[in-house]
Every structure is written in C-alpha cells, then in structure tokens.
Design a protein around this ligand. Structure first.
Ligand code: NAD
Ligand code: MG
Length: 398
C-alpha cells in the first residue's frame, strides 16, 4: 500500500531532495501535506504537481498563496497556517511518514507532534533534537515512533550499528561491542584558512560548501563547524551515548559519512557519493532499500581519503557544543538559539564570521543553566538566549 507523506519544509534543500526520491517511487509514496515559510510561488508549483491535500504557510502568506492558487487554477488543496497548521499536518491521522526538514527551532513543535503521533519521522531538523533531546527521545519511545536519522552522518552511524542496538534500554555507555563513534566532518569551505583570513570571510564564501549544496543556515554552520557540534549532540541523543564516546574526524572528501568502531578492532564505515538523496531514501524505506538516481561510488576516482583532527582554536564552535553537551540541561538549547541568531546576523553582514562563536559563548556564559525536563522551560530559555545574543550583536556591530 502507498505511504502518505507530510513534508515539513518542502521548499528547502532537503524538502526538494525528498520530492526527487518520491518522484522515483510514485507507486510507494504519495504527498499528503507540504509546508513552506516563504517562496510561495515555488510552493504553488509543488502543489500543482503533487496535489497534496493540505499546504501550510505562515498566517501572513495565506492571502498570497490563495491568490496564486486562483491564478494557476489549483483546486482542492486546503490551506492551513502558522504553528497550529504545522502541528496539525505533522500529527494528521492520514499521514504515515513525516519528513522533518524545517530549519532551526521553528521545527521543534511540529517534529515533536509527529513523534507523539507515533509516525515514521525522518529527522533532518537537527536543531529540534539538540534543543529537546531527552524529551524527544522519550516521546519516541512512549509513542512508538520510528525516529530515523536523515543527517548523512547519523544515517551512516545508524547503518553501521548492530541491528538490535535500538531494542536495548537507554544506556549512555557503548553497548553490544561498540567502542566509539567516529563522526566525520568535511571541515567546510574554510578548512585551511588562518584566523586572520577567517576574520574577513563573507556570507557568500561561507555558503559555498565544497561537497554539499544546502540551505544557508547549515552552510554557515558547516563553515564554523557548529554543524558538527550540533551533530555531536544529535548523535548523543539518537544513539544514547555520552559525548566522550563520539570523536570528530575531519575527512574533506565526504565519501565516508561516519564510522562505528568495535571492541574487537573492527571499524565499520558507510560510504557513498555526497548526495542527501541516499540517506533520505534509506530513512524512507528502512529496513528495506529503494533504488535512487545516485550513482554508485567509483573508488577509482576517489583514490585518496584524508583524515585529520579538527582544530578547535580556529573553529571554537565545536568545543562550545561539546562543552554544552557535557554540562547538559538547557545548555544545548541556549547554544542553538544563540547560534541561530548569530548566523542570521552574519548573513545580514551585521557581524563577522569569528563573532558567531563569540556570541554563542557570551550567551552561554550569561544564562544560568537548569534541567531541560519540560518543554515550556526549553522554549523560554530559547527566547531568553535569543535576547541575550541579539544584545551582544548590537554591541559588536556598533
Ligand atoms: P533550507 O533553508 O533549504 O530549507 C528550510 C525549509 O524550512 C524551507 O522549506 C523553509 O520554508 C522552512 N522554514 C524556514 N523557516 C521556517 C519557519 N520559521 N517556520 C516554518 N518553516 C520554516 O534548509 P535545509 O538545508 O533544507 O535544511 C533543513 C534542515 O535539515 C536543517 O535543520 C538542516 O540542519 C538539516 N540538514 C540539511 C542538510 C542539507 O544537505 N541541506 C543535511 C543534513 C541536515
Ligand atoms: Mg550532516
């Protein structure tokens, strides 16, 4: 039977790659709901082609979408709006699979709603898990949701872990012969830049990733290595493991997507061409496999694979994220909020590249940590961290 899919963030890079995979398997999947924050014309084209039952946009975009639908004679697509609309489609009884591909904290509530509704949730929106790791993982357990990693590294680790790894209780120590996780990082576009050079880099340079084509926010995160920091936290939650069992390895070719080391000396790696369609197809079909357009890896054209340790002097964001995970509680949510605000300011050229980790560190130092047991506490701290980060940015940009 065909699976009904809801794509949160359909106009984004992951949303588009998801459609590309669904296009290749029209007998297996149908698009039930789609959401977008801007790019209403792109959304309307998607609605014209896929005829979802529901489209969700922010309240201030409803009129625009309605009139575009009229112009293009698109009928039968119900329009919902705002956070309530996002939650409604994420937990809709007719939805089987939710692709969580909104960027940032805005994805938290809809992703959690999908988990609580017991869906197969394909998790791209790492910020949601970074903010609410314990709550999200517990909800997945309580509501029998399948939370499957789309982030290429976590998808690789998932594939390299023992089959029965996810049936055992929460543990925090490596189990079943696992010794440690090797989380690979491309190192981003500025891997070999000096601190002096990093001071001067522009948003356009930061958004030009050597191996992957992605949204602006994650591109900047890849350039600061905050992306790897967020992924470190993501891995700790997904694989129920303490942060010191996760080692970051810089591997500029992005051919090995991550590895798992075992106590007997084995290291398992998942490899492939850097294309998000592979992890998306994997998460959609697991434990089965889908054919995709991604060409098989030609090892003769990738004869050299390099590995180095990350440099936390030039890329302090990674150190800040590791510390936040060590401290636990609300620290990861504070880190995430401050980073979102700082990245947005960098993209608007209000602050420099090296100010991003500085704003994050400042915000972490300014706010008292506490336990992250309740969602409202997390949402509150997210707002507070945004205010502190914004104030710091104002000071820096004077
Ligand atoms: P993107 O910027 O290309 O797309 C983001 C999507 O979210 C768009 O559809 C946008 O309309 C929507 N959106 C943005 N702000 C919103 C808001 N306030 N409310 C509701 N919707 C909103 O981003 P992307 O590169 O597709 O990344 C999406 C998520 O996937 C991020 O969390 C990112 O870290 C993660 N991810 C992306 C990649 C990649 O290759 N692009 C890889 C791994 C993980
Ligand atoms: Mg990744």
């Amino acid at each position: 039977m065909s699976q009904s899919v809801c794509i949160l963030g359909v106009t984004g890079s992951i949303g588009q790659s998801t459609l590309k995979i669904l296009d290749q398997h029209p007998d297996k999947y149908s698009v039930f709901a789609v959401t977008a924050y801007s790019r209403i014309d792109a959304l309307s084209e998607i609605c014209k082609q896929y005829r979802p039952k529901i489209a969700v946009v922010p309240a201030h975009k409803v009129d625009e979408l309605q009139s575009v639908f009229k112009q293009k004679n698109i009928q039968g697509v119900e329009i919902l709006s705002g956070e309530a609309g996002l939650i409604a489609v994420a937990e809709h009884s007719e939805v089987d699979v939710v692709m969580a591909a909104i960027v940032g904290a805005a994805g938290l509530l809809p992703t959690l709603a999908a988990v609580k509704a017991g869906k197969r949730v394909l998790l791209a929106n790492k910020e949601a898990l970074v903010m609410s790791g314990d709550i999200m993982m517990q909800a997945a357990k309580d509501h029998h949701a399948l939370l499957l990693p789309v982030d290429s590294e976590h998808n690789a680790i998932f594939q390299c872990l023992p089959q029965n790894y996810f049936q055992i209780e929460t543990h925090k120590e490596p189990q079943l012969g696992v010794k440690q996780i090797l989380l690979t990082a491309s190192g981003g576009p500025f891997l070999n830049h000096t601190l002096e050079q990093l001071k001067e880099v522009t948003p356009a340079q930061a958004c030009k990733h050597p191996n992957w084509s992605m949204g602006q926010k994650i591109s900047v995160d890849s350039a600061t290595l905050m992306n790897k920091g967020l992924e470190l936290i993501e891995a700790c939650h997904l694989f129920s493991i303490k942060e010191h069992f996760v080692t970051v390895v810089v591997h500029p070719q992005s051919i090995i997507h991550s590895m798992v080391q075992y106590v007997d000396g084995s290291t398992l790696a998942q490899m492939g061409n850097p294309d998000m369609c592979t992890p998306i197809a994997h998460a959609l079909a697991w434990p089965e496999r889908l054919t995709t357009h991604v060409p098989p890896l030609d090892l003769f054209t990738h004869s050299q694979l390099d590995f180095t340790a990350p440099d936390i002097t030039r890329f302090p964001a990674l150190k800040l994220a590791r510390q936040a995970m060590q401290v636990g509680g609300l620290a990861p949510a504070i880190l995430n909020a401050a980073n979102e605000v700082a990245v947005a300011a960098f993209l608007k050229q209000q602050i420099g590249f090296l100010n991003i980790p500085e704003v994050v560190e400042h915000t972490l130092n300014q706010i008292d940590n506490a336990s992250a047991e309740a969602l409202d506490v997390i949402l509150n701290i997210d707002q507070q961290a945004r205010q502190v980060a914004t104030q710091r940015i104002t000071q820096l940009s004077r």
